[in-house]
Design a binder for this molecule. Structure first.
Ligand code: HSE
Length: 399
Protein backbone atom coordinates (compact mmCIF):
# COMPACT_ATOMS: atom_id res chain seq x y z
CA UNK A 1 0.00 0.00 0.00
CA UNK A 2 1.47 3.33 -1.03
CA UNK A 3 0.90 6.23 1.30
CA UNK A 4 1.81 9.88 1.83
CA UNK A 5 2.61 11.76 5.03
CA UNK A 6 1.44 15.38 5.32
CA UNK A 7 3.38 17.27 8.01
CA UNK A 8 6.83 15.99 9.05
CA UNK A 9 6.94 17.51 12.53
CA UNK A 10 7.04 15.54 15.79
CA UNK A 11 4.19 13.17 14.95
CA UNK A 12 4.64 12.85 11.16
CA UNK A 13 8.35 12.07 11.52
CA UNK A 14 7.42 9.56 14.25
CA UNK A 15 5.18 7.74 11.75
CA UNK A 16 8.04 7.77 9.21
CA UNK A 17 10.40 6.34 11.83
CA UNK A 18 8.02 3.58 12.93
CA UNK A 19 7.33 2.55 9.34
CA UNK A 20 11.07 1.95 8.92
CA UNK A 21 12.00 0.44 12.29
CA UNK A 22 8.93 -1.77 12.59
CA UNK A 23 8.38 -2.44 8.87
CA UNK A 24 8.36 -6.28 8.94
CA UNK A 25 5.99 -6.52 11.86
CA UNK A 26 3.63 -3.92 10.42
CA UNK A 27 3.60 -5.63 7.01
CA UNK A 28 2.70 -8.97 8.62
CA UNK A 29 -0.18 -7.42 10.52
CA UNK A 30 -1.42 -5.32 7.60
CA UNK A 31 -1.06 -8.17 5.10
CA UNK A 32 0.87 -5.80 2.84
CA UNK A 33 3.97 -3.62 2.91
CA UNK A 34 3.40 0.07 3.57
CA UNK A 35 5.51 2.33 1.40
CA UNK A 36 5.84 6.08 1.85
CA UNK A 37 5.69 7.63 -1.64
CA UNK A 38 5.50 11.32 -0.66
CA UNK A 39 6.12 13.49 2.38
CA UNK A 40 4.55 16.94 2.21
CA UNK A 41 6.24 19.69 4.21
CA UNK A 42 7.31 23.25 3.46
CA UNK A 43 10.60 22.68 5.29
CA UNK A 44 13.64 20.81 3.94
CA UNK A 45 14.97 17.66 5.63
CA UNK A 46 18.32 16.93 3.92
CA UNK A 47 19.38 14.48 6.64
CA UNK A 48 16.23 12.34 6.57
CA UNK A 49 16.35 8.72 5.45
CA UNK A 50 13.38 9.58 3.26
CA UNK A 51 14.07 11.19 -0.12
CA UNK A 52 10.49 11.67 -1.26
CA UNK A 53 9.71 15.19 -0.01
CA UNK A 54 7.39 17.49 -1.88
CA UNK A 55 6.01 20.95 -1.26
CA UNK A 56 3.08 20.44 -3.64
CA UNK A 57 -0.09 18.87 -2.26
CA UNK A 58 -1.28 18.10 -5.80
CA UNK A 59 1.49 15.50 -6.19
CA UNK A 60 -0.35 13.44 -3.57
CA UNK A 61 -3.90 14.28 -4.60
CA UNK A 62 -3.34 13.45 -8.26
CA UNK A 63 -1.32 10.27 -7.84
CA UNK A 64 -3.68 7.29 -8.21
CA UNK A 65 -1.11 5.01 -6.56
CA UNK A 66 -1.46 6.78 -3.20
CA UNK A 67 -4.22 4.97 -1.34
CA UNK A 68 -3.91 6.45 2.14
CA UNK A 69 -2.61 9.67 3.64
CA UNK A 70 -1.33 10.46 7.13
CA UNK A 71 -2.45 13.95 8.16
CA UNK A 72 -0.18 15.20 10.94
CA UNK A 73 -0.28 18.88 10.05
CA UNK A 74 -2.42 20.18 12.91
CA UNK A 75 -4.79 23.14 12.71
CA UNK A 76 -7.61 23.45 10.20
CA UNK A 77 -5.91 25.53 7.49
CA UNK A 78 -5.01 23.95 5.12
CA UNK A 79 -5.66 20.55 6.78
CA UNK A 80 -9.46 20.75 6.33
CA UNK A 81 -9.28 21.59 2.64
CA UNK A 82 -6.60 18.94 1.98
CA UNK A 83 -8.44 16.22 3.92
CA UNK A 84 -11.74 16.91 2.18
CA UNK A 85 -10.11 16.83 -1.27
CA UNK A 86 -8.31 13.57 -0.47
CA UNK A 87 -11.46 11.87 0.81
CA UNK A 88 -13.47 13.08 -2.19
CA UNK A 89 -10.71 11.65 -4.40
CA UNK A 90 -11.24 8.26 -2.70
CA UNK A 91 -8.10 8.22 -0.55
CA UNK A 92 -8.23 7.03 3.06
CA UNK A 93 -7.06 9.61 5.60
CA UNK A 94 -5.54 8.90 9.03
CA UNK A 95 -5.37 11.94 11.29
CA UNK A 96 -3.96 13.01 14.65
CA UNK A 97 -5.56 16.43 14.27
CA UNK A 98 -8.02 16.86 17.17
CA UNK A 99 -8.99 20.39 16.13
CA UNK A 100 -9.98 19.23 12.66
CA UNK A 101 -11.75 16.09 13.90
CA UNK A 102 -13.64 17.99 16.62
CA UNK A 103 -14.76 20.76 14.26
CA UNK A 104 -15.42 18.83 11.05
CA UNK A 105 -15.73 15.16 12.11
CA UNK A 106 -19.40 14.93 11.10
CA UNK A 107 -18.78 16.10 7.54
CA UNK A 108 -15.51 14.23 6.93
CA UNK A 109 -16.91 10.94 8.22
CA UNK A 110 -19.96 11.37 5.98
CA UNK A 111 -17.73 11.79 2.91
CA UNK A 112 -15.69 8.72 3.89
CA UNK A 113 -18.91 6.72 4.24
CA UNK A 114 -20.22 7.83 0.83
CA UNK A 115 -16.91 6.93 -0.81
CA UNK A 116 -16.59 3.56 1.02
CA UNK A 117 -13.23 4.56 2.43
CA UNK A 118 -12.02 5.48 5.93
CA UNK A 119 -11.31 8.57 7.98
CA UNK A 120 -9.61 7.28 11.14
CA UNK A 121 -8.26 9.34 14.05
CA UNK A 122 -7.19 7.10 16.95
CA UNK A 123 -4.24 9.45 17.65
CA UNK A 124 -6.46 12.51 18.06
CA UNK A 125 -7.36 11.67 21.67
CA UNK A 126 -5.08 10.18 24.31
CA UNK A 127 -1.95 9.98 22.09
CA UNK A 128 -1.01 6.30 22.01
CA UNK A 129 -3.93 5.09 24.16
CA UNK A 130 -6.57 3.08 22.33
CA UNK A 131 -9.80 4.96 23.15
CA UNK A 132 -11.50 5.76 19.83
CA UNK A 133 -11.67 2.10 18.79
CA UNK A 134 -13.12 0.95 22.13
CA UNK A 135 -15.83 3.61 21.81
CA UNK A 136 -16.79 2.69 18.24
CA UNK A 137 -16.32 -1.04 18.69
CA UNK A 138 -15.54 -2.84 21.95
CA UNK A 139 -17.90 -0.78 24.14
CA UNK A 140 -20.88 -0.57 21.78
CA UNK A 141 -22.82 -3.13 23.82
CA UNK A 142 -22.96 -0.54 26.60
CA UNK A 143 -24.99 2.52 27.21
CA UNK A 144 -22.23 4.99 28.11
CA UNK A 145 -23.37 7.08 31.05
CA UNK A 146 -20.31 9.31 31.27
CA UNK A 147 -16.63 9.89 30.51
CA UNK A 148 -14.06 11.67 32.66
CA UNK A 149 -10.62 12.14 31.17
CA UNK A 150 -7.25 13.62 31.89
CA UNK A 151 -6.72 14.31 28.21
CA UNK A 152 -3.85 16.74 27.94
CA UNK A 153 -0.29 15.54 28.51
CA UNK A 154 1.22 19.02 28.68
CA UNK A 155 -0.98 20.30 31.51
CA UNK A 156 -0.71 17.04 33.40
CA UNK A 157 3.08 17.26 33.05
CA UNK A 158 3.04 20.88 34.27
CA UNK A 159 0.77 20.14 37.26
CA UNK A 160 2.86 17.10 38.26
CA UNK A 161 6.14 19.01 38.04
CA UNK A 162 4.71 21.93 40.02
CA UNK A 163 3.20 19.76 42.75
CA UNK A 164 5.73 16.96 43.10
CA UNK A 165 8.98 18.67 42.10
CA UNK A 166 8.24 22.28 43.08
CA UNK A 167 8.96 23.62 39.56
CA UNK A 168 7.51 26.89 38.37
CA UNK A 169 4.73 26.94 35.78
CA UNK A 170 7.04 28.51 33.16
CA UNK A 171 9.84 25.99 33.79
CA UNK A 172 7.49 23.00 33.54
CA UNK A 173 5.85 24.36 30.38
CA UNK A 174 9.18 24.89 28.71
CA UNK A 175 10.17 21.27 29.51
CA UNK A 176 6.88 20.01 28.03
CA UNK A 177 7.63 22.02 24.87
CA UNK A 178 11.17 20.59 24.66
CA UNK A 179 9.79 17.06 24.94
CA UNK A 180 7.40 17.73 22.03
CA UNK A 181 4.21 17.41 24.09
CA UNK A 182 2.85 20.94 23.77
CA UNK A 183 0.91 22.46 20.89
CA UNK A 184 2.65 25.04 18.66
CA UNK A 185 0.79 27.67 20.67
CA UNK A 186 0.62 26.19 24.19
CA UNK A 187 -2.36 28.43 25.02
CA UNK A 188 -4.49 25.61 23.62
CA UNK A 189 -3.01 23.27 26.24
CA UNK A 190 -3.00 25.49 29.33
CA UNK A 191 -6.39 27.13 28.66
CA UNK A 192 -8.09 23.74 28.27
CA UNK A 193 -8.92 24.16 24.56
CA UNK A 194 -7.07 20.96 23.59
CA UNK A 195 -8.90 19.00 26.31
CA UNK A 196 -12.17 20.54 25.12
CA UNK A 197 -11.62 19.32 21.54
CA UNK A 198 -10.79 15.84 22.83
CA UNK A 199 -13.81 15.48 25.12
CA UNK A 200 -15.98 16.77 22.25
CA UNK A 201 -14.63 13.94 20.05
CA UNK A 202 -15.20 11.30 22.76
CA UNK A 203 -18.71 12.55 23.55
CA UNK A 204 -19.64 12.69 19.86
CA UNK A 205 -18.52 9.08 19.40
CA UNK A 206 -20.02 7.78 22.65
CA UNK A 207 -23.51 9.01 21.74
CA UNK A 208 -23.29 9.22 17.94
CA UNK A 209 -24.20 12.93 17.76
CA UNK A 210 -22.02 15.96 17.30
CA UNK A 211 -20.99 17.77 20.48
CA UNK A 212 -19.97 21.29 19.47
CA UNK A 213 -16.53 21.90 20.99
CA UNK A 214 -16.97 25.66 20.67
CA UNK A 215 -19.87 25.61 23.13
CA UNK A 216 -18.39 23.50 25.94
CA UNK A 217 -17.66 25.63 29.06
CA UNK A 218 -13.87 25.49 29.27
CA UNK A 219 -11.40 26.60 31.91
CA UNK A 220 -7.68 25.77 31.98
CA UNK A 221 -5.01 25.49 34.68
CA UNK A 222 -3.62 29.02 34.79
CA UNK A 223 -5.49 29.97 37.97
CA UNK A 224 -4.33 26.93 39.96
CA UNK A 225 -1.76 27.85 42.59
CA UNK A 226 0.71 25.79 44.59
CA UNK A 227 -1.44 26.66 47.64
CA UNK A 228 -4.45 24.96 46.03
CA UNK A 229 -2.28 21.90 45.48
CA UNK A 230 -1.20 21.92 49.15
CA UNK A 231 -4.82 22.11 50.33
CA UNK A 232 -5.72 19.31 47.92
CA UNK A 233 -3.09 17.03 49.43
CA UNK A 234 -4.11 17.90 52.99
CA UNK A 235 -7.78 17.24 52.19
CA UNK A 236 -7.17 13.88 50.42
CA UNK A 237 -7.38 14.95 46.77
CA UNK A 238 -5.20 15.53 43.76
CA UNK A 239 -5.71 18.40 41.26
CA UNK A 240 -6.14 17.57 37.56
CA UNK A 241 -7.48 19.20 34.43
CA UNK A 242 -10.40 17.08 33.26
CA UNK A 243 -12.78 16.89 30.35
CA UNK A 244 -16.09 15.42 31.37
CA UNK A 245 -19.31 14.43 29.65
CA UNK A 246 -22.42 12.94 31.21
CA UNK A 247 -25.42 11.55 29.39
CA UNK A 248 -28.57 13.62 29.90
CA UNK A 249 -32.20 12.79 29.10
CA UNK A 250 -32.11 14.43 25.69
CA UNK A 251 -28.50 15.31 25.15
CA UNK A 252 -25.20 15.44 26.92
CA UNK A 253 -23.62 17.66 29.60
CA UNK A 254 -20.01 18.58 28.95
CA UNK A 255 -17.42 20.65 30.73
CA UNK A 256 -13.64 21.18 30.90
CA UNK A 257 -12.22 22.45 34.20
CA UNK A 258 -9.64 21.76 36.88
CA UNK A 259 -10.93 19.25 39.41
CA UNK A 260 -10.14 17.94 42.87
CA UNK A 261 -10.09 14.17 42.46
CA UNK A 262 -10.39 11.85 45.44
CA UNK A 263 -7.09 10.03 46.02
CA UNK A 264 -8.99 6.72 45.86
CA UNK A 265 -9.98 7.37 42.23
CA UNK A 266 -7.80 5.69 39.58
CA UNK A 267 -7.56 9.12 37.90
CA UNK A 268 -5.84 10.71 40.91
CA UNK A 269 -2.45 9.11 40.36
CA UNK A 270 -2.05 9.75 36.66
CA UNK A 271 1.13 11.79 36.45
CA UNK A 272 3.40 13.55 33.99
CA UNK A 273 2.56 13.13 30.30
CA UNK A 274 0.23 10.22 30.99
CA UNK A 275 -3.48 10.48 30.21
CA UNK A 276 -6.27 8.53 31.87
CA UNK A 277 -9.80 8.12 30.60
CA UNK A 278 -12.54 6.64 32.76
CA UNK A 279 -15.54 5.46 30.76
CA UNK A 280 -18.70 4.54 32.63
CA UNK A 281 -20.73 1.87 30.83
CA UNK A 282 -24.13 0.79 32.10
CA UNK A 283 -23.47 -2.94 31.67
CA UNK A 284 -19.70 -2.97 32.14
CA UNK A 285 -19.35 -0.42 34.94
CA UNK A 286 -16.18 1.63 34.99
CA UNK A 287 -13.39 0.96 32.51
CA UNK A 288 -10.12 2.82 32.58
CA UNK A 289 -7.73 3.62 29.72
CA UNK A 290 -4.22 4.73 30.62
CA UNK A 291 -1.02 5.53 28.76
CA UNK A 292 1.16 8.19 27.15
CA UNK A 293 -1.10 10.97 25.96
CA UNK A 294 1.43 12.88 23.85
CA UNK A 295 4.88 12.52 22.29
CA UNK A 296 6.39 11.37 19.03
CA UNK A 297 6.30 7.58 19.05
CA UNK A 298 3.22 6.99 21.26
CA UNK A 299 1.13 9.17 18.93
CA UNK A 300 2.77 7.67 15.83
CA UNK A 301 1.94 4.20 17.13
CA UNK A 302 -1.78 5.04 17.12
CA UNK A 303 -1.53 6.43 13.57
CA UNK A 304 0.29 3.38 12.27
CA UNK A 305 -2.40 1.15 13.83
CA UNK A 306 -4.99 3.15 11.90
CA UNK A 307 -2.95 2.61 8.73
CA UNK A 308 -2.93 -1.14 9.38
CA UNK A 309 -6.71 -0.97 9.77
CA UNK A 310 -6.97 0.88 6.47
CA UNK A 311 -4.87 -1.83 4.80
CA UNK A 312 -7.33 -4.40 6.17
CA UNK A 313 -10.40 -2.41 5.04
CA UNK A 314 -9.34 -1.00 1.67
CA UNK A 315 -12.79 -1.18 0.11
CA UNK A 316 -14.93 -1.01 3.22
CA UNK A 317 -16.00 1.90 5.35
CA UNK A 318 -15.62 1.11 9.06
CA UNK A 319 -18.92 2.42 10.44
CA UNK A 320 -18.44 5.35 12.80
CA UNK A 321 -21.64 6.98 13.99
CA UNK A 322 -21.33 10.78 14.35
CA UNK A 323 -24.42 12.66 13.15
CA UNK A 324 -25.51 16.29 13.30
CA UNK A 325 -27.26 17.25 16.56
CA UNK A 326 -29.99 19.76 17.41
CA UNK A 327 -29.00 23.13 18.89
CA UNK A 328 -30.15 22.17 22.40
CA UNK A 329 -28.42 18.77 22.40
CA UNK A 330 -25.36 20.04 24.33
CA UNK A 331 -26.31 20.94 27.91
CA UNK A 332 -24.39 23.33 30.14
CA UNK A 333 -21.93 21.31 32.23
CA UNK A 334 -21.89 24.12 34.83
CA UNK A 335 -25.51 23.32 35.70
CA UNK A 336 -24.57 19.92 37.06
CA UNK A 337 -24.34 19.67 40.82
CA UNK A 338 -20.95 18.86 42.35
CA UNK A 339 -19.27 19.76 45.65
CA UNK A 340 -16.70 22.57 45.35
CA UNK A 341 -13.42 23.26 47.07
CA UNK A 342 -13.38 26.89 48.17
CA UNK A 343 -10.39 28.71 49.55
CA UNK A 344 -10.92 31.98 51.36
CA UNK A 345 -8.96 34.82 52.85
CA UNK A 346 -10.62 35.71 56.14
CA UNK A 347 -11.86 34.38 59.41
CA UNK A 348 -13.39 30.89 59.58
CA UNK A 349 -14.92 31.44 63.03
CA UNK A 350 -18.42 32.29 61.77
CA UNK A 351 -18.62 29.17 59.60
CA UNK A 352 -20.98 26.57 61.03
CA UNK A 353 -21.52 23.11 59.56
CA UNK A 354 -18.38 23.08 57.40
CA UNK A 355 -15.19 21.19 58.02
CA UNK A 356 -12.52 23.88 57.84
CA UNK A 357 -8.95 23.11 56.73
CA UNK A 358 -6.12 25.43 57.73
CA UNK A 359 -2.51 24.89 56.75
CA UNK A 360 0.60 25.84 58.68
CA UNK A 361 2.33 28.85 57.11
CA UNK A 362 -0.83 29.99 55.31
CA UNK A 363 -2.18 32.44 57.87
CA UNK A 364 -5.53 34.25 57.58
CA UNK A 365 -6.88 31.78 55.08
CA UNK A 366 -8.77 28.51 55.06
CA UNK A 367 -10.52 26.04 52.77
CA UNK A 368 -13.77 24.05 52.81
CA UNK A 369 -15.63 21.59 50.61
CA UNK A 370 -19.25 22.62 49.93
CA UNK A 371 -22.32 20.45 49.44
CA UNK A 372 -23.14 19.56 45.82
CA UNK A 373 -24.27 22.65 43.93
CA UNK A 374 -24.51 24.01 40.40
CA UNK A 375 -22.16 26.87 39.56
CA UNK A 376 -25.10 29.30 39.78
CA UNK A 377 -26.14 28.02 43.22
CA UNK A 378 -22.53 28.27 44.34
CA UNK A 379 -22.29 31.91 43.25
CA UNK A 380 -25.49 32.65 45.20
CA UNK A 381 -24.00 30.92 48.26
CA UNK A 382 -20.89 33.08 47.99
CA UNK A 383 -23.00 36.24 48.03
CA UNK A 384 -24.74 35.16 51.26
CA UNK A 385 -23.63 35.27 54.90
CA UNK A 386 -21.12 34.30 56.23
CA UNK A 387 -19.25 34.07 52.90
CA UNK A 388 -19.96 37.55 51.58
CA UNK A 389 -17.20 39.02 53.74
CA UNK A 390 -14.56 36.50 52.72
CA UNK A 391 -12.34 36.96 49.68
CA UNK A 392 -12.42 33.86 47.45
CA UNK A 393 -8.87 32.75 46.64
CA UNK A 394 -9.70 29.46 44.95
CA UNK A 395 -12.72 27.58 43.57
CA UNK A 396 -12.39 24.09 42.09
CA UNK A 397 -14.98 21.42 41.34
CA UNK A 398 -14.69 18.16 43.31
CA UNK A 399 -15.47 15.05 41.27
N1 HSE B 1 -0.56 19.03 23.25
C1 HSE B 1 -1.22 17.77 23.37
C2 HSE B 1 -1.05 17.27 24.80
C3 HSE B 1 -0.63 16.80 22.39
O1 HSE B 1 -0.21 17.83 25.52
O2 HSE B 1 -1.76 16.36 25.21
C4 HSE B 1 -1.37 15.51 22.27
O3 HSE B 1 -2.65 15.69 21.77
Amino acid sequence: MKIAIMGFGVVGSGVGELLITNAKNIAKKAGDTIEVKYILDLRDFPDSEYKCFTKDFNDILNDPEVEAVIEAMGGTVPAYDFTKKLLLAGKHVVSSNKELVAKHGTELLQIAKEKSINYLFEASVGGGIPIIRPLISSLTGNDITGIVGILNGTTNYILTQMIKNGKSFAEALSEAQEKGYAEKDPTADVEGIDTCRKIAILASLAYGKNVNCEKIPTEGITKITTEDAKYAQAMGYSVKLVGQCVKAKKGVFARVCPAFIDLDSPLANISDVFNGILVQGESLGDVMFYGRGAGKLPTASAMVSDLVDVAKHRNTNIRILWNEADEDYLKDGKAQKYPYYLRFMGDADKLKGYKVTKLPGLDNEFAIITKAASEEELNELLKSEPFSNCEVLGKIRVI
